[in-house]
Design a protein around this ligand. Structure first.
Ligand code: FAD
Length: 245
């Protein structure tokens, strides 16, 4: 039984569906949305500590925040923190975990058995890009794509059957998982980051050259959590970083 009181903020505890079976949930936010000081104001107040001041009214506060972001005065943006729970295919985890400025704790496949059918099935098959070895472009259409999806689902089922067979024979979970389709298996992790490093992550992972599967998580973070939590910062970030590229 969960004895935790329900979250008072509509943002905290909100879960957004991503990909076919994935999701993203905001677990916590600092400053808390119920706090007297908004996230944007926490950034402004942190900057004003340089000369021991605080809020000077909405217009001047917003102007200062835009100034900070434009001139890469980054440390005040580290005063705001986001904590997420993420359910995503391992291919997304692999790319996300490269961002060393996040703190993570991930599900252990040695401890928790994997669930049947919890594998990523893409809606479409993207074609290999002709001029970028790391990228995709366009889609595979017609019967070829449908046949590949059927084969993929059958492949997952067979991998899972072998996984269960190995478990039934007494093989340890840490070894039985070798039978699972590695990149496609859904994983769950908790991830915490400050707003400065989150913007760095978003600028890289929302970019058109980021892999689609992580891009949709980055976009969901930005539109569903970052923008509502930090409206001024999001506006400045769009103006000076996203749209400036
Ligand atoms: C489109 C794309 C393709 C990619 N392809 C590849 C690939 O083929 N192979 C591959 O291995 N990776 C690849 N990556 C991952 C990439 O190289 C970075 O590891 C990843 O994007 C994390 O970026 P980061 O180091 O800036 O972020 P973070 O680790 O969050 O670090 C943020 C910033 O902090 C500073 N920092 C953090 N740690 C250190 C440190 N130890 N020393 C110095 N400064 C530090 C740096 O300024 C860094 O930019 C790719 C990333 C993208 C977006």
């Amino acid at each position: 039984m969960n004895n935790n009181p329900p979250p008072t903020s509509p943002l905290i505890g909100q879960r957004v569906d991503v990909l076919d079976k994935g999701w993203l949930e905001l677990l916590d936010l600092m400053p808390h949305p119920d706090s007297a000081v908004s996230g944007d104001l926490a950034i402004v107040n942190a900057a004003r500590v340089s000369f021991m001041g605080e809020s000077k009214g909405e217009e001047r506060d917003k102007k200062l925040l835009f100034y900070l972001l434009r001139h890469r005065h980054t440390s005040p943006f580290e005063m705001v923190e986001f904590k997420f729970r993420v359910h995503a295919p391992l291919v997304v985890w692999w790319q996300w975990a490269r961002h060393r400025t996040w703190s993570f704790n991930a599900q252990s496949g040695r401890y928790t058995p994997f669930r049947e059918g919890d594998f990523y099935v893409p809606e479409v098959w993207r074609r290999q890009s002709a001029d970028n070895k790391q990228a995709s472009e366009g889609e595979l259409e017609g019967p070829d794509g449908e046949a590949l999806t059927r084969e993929l689902v059958a492949h997952y089922a067979e991998g899972y059957r072998l996984y269960e067979e190995a478990l039934a024979k007494g093989v340890a979970r840490e070894m039985a998982r070798l039978f699972l389709p590695g990149f496609a298996v859904y994983y769950t992790w908790v991830a915490k980051v400050d707003a400065h490093n989150l913007m760095h992550f978003l600028s890289l992972r929302m970019a058109p050259d980021a892999q689609y599967e992580i891009r949709v998580y980055a976009q969901a973070i930005f539109t569903r959590f970052f923008k509502p939590a930090l409206p001024w910062t999001a506006e400045a970030f769009e103006q000076y970083v996203l749209n400036a590229k």
